[in-house]
Design a protein around this ligand. Sequence first.
Ligand SMILES: Nc1ncnc2c1ncn2[C@@H]1O[C@H](COP(=O)(O)OP(=O)(O)OP(=O)(O)O)[C@@H](O)[C@H]1O
Ligand SMILES: Nc1ccn([C@H]2C[C@H](O)[C@@H](COP(=O)(O)O)O2)c(=O)n1
Length: 219
Amino acid sequence: MNKKIIVAVDGTAGSGKTATFNAVAQKIGYEFIDTGLMYRAFTLLCIESKIDFSNKEQIIDTLNIFDFSVKNGKPYLNGKEVEKRIQENDIVEFINYVTPIPEVRKFMIKAQRAMVTGGGYIEIGRDITTVVLPDADLKIYLDSSVEARAERRFKQNKRLGIKNNNFEEIKNSIINRDEQDFKNGLKKVEDAWLIDNSNIPIQDVVNMVIDKIKELEGK
Ligand SMILES: Nc1ncnc2c1ncn2[C@@H]1O[C@H](COP(=O)(O)OP(=O)(O)OP(=O)(O)O)[C@@H](O)[C@H]1O
Ligand SMILES: Nc1ccn([C@H]2C[C@H](O)[C@@H](COP(=O)(O)O)O2)c(=O)n1
């Protein structure tokens, strides 16, 4: 019986981590954990708590009332389902105040590590291959060109009916988020497999990754 493995995935904003690795997880019966949802949900809680985002102490104190869970693949903040809400533009506007704070990252990293209790998990984010799961059996770094990512996000927002959908704003937002993510430590580590999917259909990426996981399960 092949042994399931632990897969850690990092990559740039909008490169396709969620769509790709959610599909992989569903096809091979792995648990899928999107750590970005936690930071988005926490940012929403800060917005709803009407805190002053320039006041780090207020952000850190908000951790005391932060309860996050995922049920049937949907994120819940303090018992309320927030899947669509945390994709709205105001989250992206404020999230860069939240993600650089060490106390916030320490809290999230502890929770994200605890979610992976053995083989059979795919966890995605920005610091999974570097900090959260540095001993993962398979590390992947997913990237795409800024143009490709902006185009995809624009089309995704349209499908989701998200308001104020503007291509140039999305592109600038992606560039800004990349800048912050690199500051927060996003990088391709030496033992990570780089996949640039700018010109690769999502299904082909899914199949490539499944083949690799099956190969490693058999070792
Ligand atoms: N290889 C691909 N080719 C074309 N479109 C893709 C590909 N991979 C993902 N997409 C599309 O790109 C968009 C962004 O993908 P997704 O939301 O999974 O990215 P992400 O890395 O999780 O983003 P974020 O970092 O903001 O959470 C989605 O519409 C998705 O369907
Ligand atoms: N492990 C993580 C996951 C996400 N972030 C940041 C990156 C984004 O600014 C924000 C939302 O993530 P996304 O939903 O776009 O993947 O959270 C991080 O710093 N560390």
